[in-house]
Write a protein of this length. Structure first.
Lengths: 420, 286, 337
């Protein structure tokens, strides 16, 4: 069990504020460069600081049932018989022995709703392609709940294709959402989306081949150790964002000029034969097989990759890294909107969120989940890739919103670099 | 064994050598080609016994039987495999029937719309899959009612039949071109009507072509991802399942299922072949 | 039914055609027309698209933007078609003429891999061909290839992937056309052209091999002379030992309809393929299919994507027409004769 010291927090600070400020102040001592490799050291664990911990969190077992549900029911939503939820692969806790999703089971038990849960999303754009015609025609997509990355969420909301949430159904959501997720330009009042998980984009590399790395510049520098063995991410915002950081530009406020500079820098690396390929999640396979020794990488993937190959390392470089969020939303025309809201709210109970985090290994937007994990699953709570220390959090940037014209410009320029 | 000697050798000895080389080299080549075709399958089979530490099944870690004992133990996998099989079977049967009829019409008859029909067969094959998928989806949604909408196994089936027809026509045609028409004429002369002639003479002769076309259609259908992804809606086929899992790591069970499908298919054909060999032998004895 | 058809013979072809053609009209042509209209759109996803004939400029614009990928698609698909032919023909020949009782089994083995997902197969190839995979690791250990040598993320990987994936498309039609050749014709030819045709075969093999090898060397971005010389030598050997006159004068011409069908079945999907380039290639090996896919799904540039699709289809149709004239008609006539 981890110790309970951590950073002293004054009583004036509200509980939410503490968590929001990256909670993980307790990690302060933790590695400056966030080299997160296979570190197993018993570091002080996250945010054990607060005294305000709700007692409920003490029992972090599956059945979250009784205590938190009262409020939701009070709001008057009647759960429907079924609910259709589209999510990304491996994005919900799953029990190999019972062949069930424990948190979904508990939800069904509590609300009587059978959740048709499908992990059918493998790409924002291609999933968008499959729901767009229905939304355009004002039809039901068949989904009550979908999960999309923030830039796509922004687009869907901008198009007016996502239902407005009835926050009265979602008291846990309003209570437990971390502050850093609030006030985004594309949905300032959290009327249309609820964050599901977040992730960091940084450097992934095979430490045994490259040595310790802490600058993004390595991605663009010819070196016999990694020439032709560098993967770039095929997600425009991650690749361009990291390149902008390397150039000292600010990805939270991207301009077409920045885009030109970033794509020129990438193009040079491509021409120099440094870059092997632009990949989605497949870069992780390349790192594991040795076909790549250095890559732009996502934190959750790397937690998983480390299990297979402990010599891999994930680092948020000194220039910084990107942070992105996948969000739950209800498409227009959804048949079970109220129940979808209940489900979103349900996943904002810290004890439920903790179970999801322990399985998916990404950053949780739910405050209080860390505290439960400290007690329940300290390995996860101590993992700086899942609960990054404050100094790392401070170096993460989200990719700013793009106007439609700018988005087309960025996409086009990036497509050219990646060969299409 | 004679050494390779150029021109001065007598024609007969060179010829003998060439014939021997011809025979054995072809067998060796065929063996290598089959090996080349099956090598990836061997790796798939091998990795169905892998025991990866994490979710990724890419690097050999150790031997285990545990995924063979639990081949469907991944949520969504059984449904996906079942759906893919059903769609492959039904679309193969329908497309092979429709395509064979078109093939017959194109080869056996001269009619005014022949050129247009030929074009109609070729152009779908010249269309990128993604265009087929996207345009079908747009149409299904614009119709907006059952059975086209909401998207379901039915819409997948419609799409698969559509893209399979052309491949069937082309394959069947290759068989029909230069078909020995005199056999049919002989049957007719002997008093058989068109119906009998077709089933007793024509059909058995073109059957290999139809079977080849069917095999092609089945393998195209069971393997299709792009078009299916656009027309599937909430349903998920086996390739879609794999694609979705590819993001983080394909479960070992997928290799197990892949191996099983392979074994069942090869086994079925193996048994049929054996049966035919035995029937041939019996016929010869008589 | 037979009687009815006999009385109205003109109906017969249309009756046979009707179900299949109807299916294609409804589920291919109609959506295709919608897509054609989309290629004359302008606008964006959010502002909406408007149709105007003056947007024909979408076509030259799209073509100009993707010219490199177009050229690459043609080269890669051509190389893959050639390679599938070189592998498939002897394979189909052996199965058809020397398969004996194992004909069906061998034929099935050709298709069998394709009953497993292409994604699994592609991953298998990545495991086999990886920089330190089953194939290269031993070669690197004994120093046969330099340690930074790679096969993946190179043109050769993309072309090989396409070759592998479309091999049955070539093998099956060739097999079908070989299988129906009347053996008595071949026997008669053997009597007629008893003498071997060694110098002719060797010279033809030398020239053809050299040319094709050079082209492959160019496409793979490897040494052109090395490829040309190696292929010329292989061609000469094959021409000397294996190519008989009865083959060049009877068997091969009679199998041309199958070769024709097989190369179309390979070349056409190959030229629109994007999966192999995506999984096995690098940013310098992308094909026009990758551009279309990107424009459809990533950039939501439907007008440009539709225009590119139609350019691709038109290009294929022109190529098919030329090919049919050059080889197909001749093949068909000899096939009938």
């Amino acid at each position: 069990m981890s110790n309970q010291d951590g950073v002293p927090v004054g009583p004036v600070v509200t509980r939410r504020r503490v968590l929001a400020a990256g909670a993980l102040a307790g990690f302060g001592a933790f590695l400056a460069a966030c080299g997160a490799g296979g570190t197993k050291s018993a570091e002080p664990s996250a945010s054990a600081s607060e005294s305000a911990a709700p007692s409920a969190s003490a029992e972090a077992t599956v059945a979250p049932s009784v205590e938190a549900s009262a409020s939701a029911e009070a709001a008057g939503a009647t759960p429907s018989a079924e609910l259709n939820w589209a999510n990304w692969t491996y994005y919900l806790d799953y029990d190999d022995t019972t062949k069930k999703y424990p948190t979904l089971e508990a939800f069904t038990k509590e609300y009587g709703t059978k959740v048709n849960y499908s992990e059918v999303i493998d790409d924002n754009n291609s999933f968008f392609g499959t729901i767009k015609p229905a939304l355009e025609a004002g039809q039901d997509t068949g989904w009550d709940l979908i999960v999309m990355t923030d830039w796509m969420a922004a687009r869907l909301i901008r198009l007016g294709w996502m239902e407005e949430l009835n926050l009265a159904n979602m008291p846990d959501f309003t209570k437990n959402l971390k502050d850093i997720y609030k006030g985004l330009a594309w949905d300032p009042d959290m009327k249309h989306h609820a964050p599901w998980q977040s992730g960091m984009t940084g450097l992934g590399y095979a430490k045994d081949k490259t040595g310790e790395l802490d600058t993004l510049e390595v991605l663009f520098t010819a070196d016999p150790k990694w020439n032709g063995k560098v993967d770039y991410l095929s997600e425009m915002r991650d690749a361009v964002g990291l390149t902008m950081l390397d150039l000292g530009l600010d990805p939270t406020n991207p301009t077409t000029k920045d885009c030109d500079a970033a794509t020129a820098k990438m193009q040079k690396a491509v021409n120099d034969g440094i870059v092997r390929a632009f990949k989605g999640n497949a870069y992780a396979e390349d790192l594991k097989s040795g076909d790549a020794v250095l890559s732009m990488a996502w934190s959750g993937d790397m937690v998983q990759a480390l299990i297979d190959k402990p010599t891999l390392q994930f680092t948020v470089a000194k220039e910084g890294g990107m942070i992105w969020t996948d969000n739950m939303m209800i498409p227009n025309g959804a048949q079970h909107k109220g129940t979808a809201e209940l489900l979103m709210n349900y996943y904002y109970r810290p004890e439920v969120a903790a179970l999801v985090t322990a399985y998916v290994n990404y950053l949780t937007p739910v405050s209080g989940a860390d505290k439960i994990l400290v007690k329940d699953n300290p390995e996860i709570a101590k993992n700086p890739l899942i609960f990054p220390p404050a100094d790392v959090m401070s170096r993460l940037h989200d990719f700013g919103a793009l106007s439609e014209a700018d988005e087309a410009y960025f996409n086009d320029a990036f497509a050219k670099v990646s060969g299409v | 064994m004679a050494t390779v000697t150029p021109a001065p050798a007598t024609p007969s000895s060179v010829q003998r050598l060439a014939r021997r080389l011809d025979g054995s080299a072809l067998y060796v080549f065929t063996g290598l080609a089959v090996l080349y075709l099956l090598l990836p399958v061997a790796v798939i089979v091998l990795f169905s016994f892998n025991d990866p530490a994490g979710k990724s099944n890419f690097v050999w870690q150790g031997f285990t039987l545990k995924y063979w004992l639990d081949p469907l133990g991944v949520p969504g996998l059984p449904q996906a495999v079942f759906l893919s099989l059903v769609i492959a079977f039904v679309s193969t049967i329908v497309a092979t029937a429709l395509g064979t009829l078109i093939g017959l019409a194109l080869v056996r008859y001269d009619f005014r719309l022949q050129g247009a029909t030929n074009a109609l067969i070729f152009i779908p094959m010249a269309t990128p899959e993604i265009v087929l998928g996207a345009s079908l989806l747009t149409m299904f949604v614009s119709i907006g009612g059952p059975p086209f909408f909401p998207l379901s196994a039915v819409t997948i089936l419609i799409a698969h039949i559509m893209f399979n027809i052309s491949y069937v026509v082309v394959t069947v045609r290759a068989r029909l071109e230069g078909f020995p028409r005199h056999l049919e004429e002989a049957a007719m002369d002997l008093g058989a009507n068109e119906w009998t002639t077709f089933w007793k003479v024509t059909f058995p002769l073109i059957l290999p072509g139809i079977v080849a076309a069917g095999l092609l259609a089945f393998s195209l259908s069971i393997d299709d991802f792009v078009i299916t992804n656009f027309t599937a809606g909430k349903t998920q086929t086996f390739p879609m399942f794999i694609y979705a899992k590819y993001r983080i790591g394909i479960p070992v069970q997928v290799n197990v299922i892949g191996t099983l499908i392979f074994i069942i298919a090869v086994g079925t054909v193996g048994v049929t072949t054996l049966a035919r060999i035995r029937a041939d032998a019996r016929a010869r004895r008589r | 039914m037979g009687g009815f058809i006999k009385r109205h013979r003109w109906i017969a072809p249309y009756a046979l055609l009707a179900p299949g053609v109807l299916w294609l009209l409804v589920f291919y042509v109609y959506p295709g027309i919608q897509m054609f209209i989309a290629s004359f759109w302008s606008g964006t996803l959010e502002t909406g698209f408007t149709f105007s004939v003056s947007n024909w400029t979408n076509y030259p614009d799209a073509l100009q933007g993707a010219s490199a990928q177009f050229v690459r698609s043609i080269l890669y698909a051509g190389a893959a078609t050639l390679l599938t032919f070189l592998i498939a023909y002897p394979l189909a020949y052996t199965i058809a003429f020397k398969g004996g009782h194992y004909k069906a089994l061998l034929l099935f083995l050709v298709v069998a891999p394709f009953f497993t997902s292409f994604l699994l197969r592609t991953i298998s190839w990545k495991i086999i061909l990886g920089d330190s995979g089953l194939f290269l690791a031993p070669l690197k250990t004994i120093g046969l290839v330099p340690s930074d040598f790679r096969l993946l993320a190179e043109p050769v990987a993309v072309v090989s992937g396409i070759t592998y994936n479309f091999l049955p498309f070539m093998t099956l039609p060739i097999y079908v056309s070989l299988e129906k050749i009347d053996h008595r014709l071949v026997e008669a030819a053997k009597d007629l052209y008893a003498g071997p045709w060694r110098p002719g075969g060797a010279i033809a093999g030398l020239v053809i091999g050299g040319l094709l090898g050079g082209v492959l060397g160019y496409i793979f971005e490897y040494s052109i002379p090395v490829f040309a010389i190696a292929a010329a030598a292989a061609g000469a050997i094959i021409g000397w030992f294996f190519i008989s006159q009865s083959f060049t004068r009877v068997t091969f011409p009679l199998s041309l309809p199958g070769v024709f069908a097989g190369s179309l079945l390979t070349f056409i999907p190959a030229i629109g393929d994007y999966v192999n380039a995506e999984f096995l290639g690098n940013p310098g090996t992308t094909m026009v299919g990758n551009v279309i896919q990107n424009k459809f799904l990533v950039q939501n540039d439907y007008p440009a994507a539709s225009a590119l699709s139609f350019i691709l289809m038109a290009g294929i149709l022109v190529a098919v027409a030329i090919y049919a004239r050059a080889l197909g008609t001749e093949g068909l006539t000899t096939g009938r004769g």
